[in-house]
Write a protein that binds this ligand. Structure first.
Ligand SMILES: [Zn+2]
Length: 319
């Protein structure tokens, strides 16, 4: 049986939602941690918010298990990124959208705000929109509307929470512009494991080179690696970055390649791209993940950032 058929059969066999006596709060299931963070801030304690894709897993390649499918079917609202991020789950999400409340968060953004996926796919858009804090704030507003529609009795609380978190994200965006603006112009080039940072580069004025493409499903070519090695040596780029949810193999090959060419580059740190940090840590929140990325990038590329970042809560810059 093909994977797609398996998923659809599994979905049909899971049956109707089973709500336990203790489960009186609505259950909201977000695919990624970044979406779950927005839903959690908007709902506070009136709903139980859970993330489907666990910390450190890659949403491009994530395939739901039977118990994941059960969670999806039992949710009172599913929030997915859409735009091809949850690539392996697309057939299942499309199927679910016909029988369960499912909100695709990317739909609030008009195409003028979106970046292209690649030249090979002119009709598709880059799904990594959380990397631009202003765009993510618009996604927050879209999720708030979806929550109001689903839970109208909570309208006042959602509106209040929306206003509070929007204001926090506005401050974070101001911090990003200020701190990243201290990076010397000729060093504003961000080299990472895969192309998750195009929106970041677009918003904060950085050229971005991902070793792998927008999705992690294609292997980086030798040609791409040697092209990046040449760029680093020629432009004297001081640091490159690994990502917590993507293998560091290619980035390490680049480090070796640059050194073999007589260039100097260091590992600037580990960035949170498609997954946040561990639950319960500062980096396990959207604000913490972005603070970590902004602060790490600025420091590694010759800029200046306050000792402990935006909120004085950074738990350490992973190398
Ligand atoms: Zn990605």
């Amino acid at each position: 049986m093909q994977r797609r058929d398996f998923l659809i059969t599994a979905l049909c066999s899971v049956g109707l939602p089973q709500v336990g006596v203790a489960d009186t709060k609505p259950r909201i299931l977000a695919t990624t941690g970044m979406l779950g963070d927005l839903a959690q801030h908007l709902c506070q304690d009136f709903a139980l918010v859970e993330n489907l894709i666990e910390v450190g897993l890659d949403p491009h390649s994530f395939r739901p298990s039977q118990s994941d499918i059960r969670k999806l079917v039992n949710a009172d609202l599913i929030i997915a990124n859409g735009m091809g991020l949850e690539q392996q789950m697309e057939p299942l999400l499309e199927k679910l959208a016909k029988r369960a409340p499912l909100y695709f968060a990317g739909q609030i953004l008009d195409s003028g705000a979106l970046l292209p996926y690649s030249q090979d796919f002119p009709d598709r858009h880059d799904p990594h929109v959380w990397m631009d804090i202003d765009l993510w704030s618009r996604i927050l507003a879209g999720i708030a509307s979806a929550l109001v529609e689903q839970f109208p009795i909570q309208t006042d609380a959602i509106s209040r929470n929306l206003s509070d978190y929007k204001s926090k994200l506005r401050s974070l965006n101001a911090y990003a512009n200020e701190v990243l603006g201290t990076v010397p112009v000729d060093q504003r080039i961000l080299i990472t494991a895969h192309d998750a940072f195009q929106y970041f580069g677009h918003a904060y004025g950085f050229e971005v080179m991902g070793v792998q493409g927008i999705s992690t499903d294609s292997e980086a070519s030798i040609l791409r690696i040697s092209d990046i090695v040449r760029t680093i040596v020629k432009r004297k780029i001081p640091a490159i970055f690994v990502e917590t949810s993507v293998s560091d193999r290619n980035i390490r090959a680049i480090l070796e390649g640059v050194r073999a060419e007589g260039g100097q580059v260091v590992l600037g740190g580990s960035l949170y791209s498609d997954s946040m940090g561990s639950p319960g840590t500062y980096e396990g929140t959207y604000v913490g993940m972005m603070d970590h990325n902004i602060t790490t990038i600025a420091r590694s590329l010759g800029g200046q950032a306050p000792k402990a970042g935006f909120e004085q809560k950074l738990t350490g810059v992973a190398l």
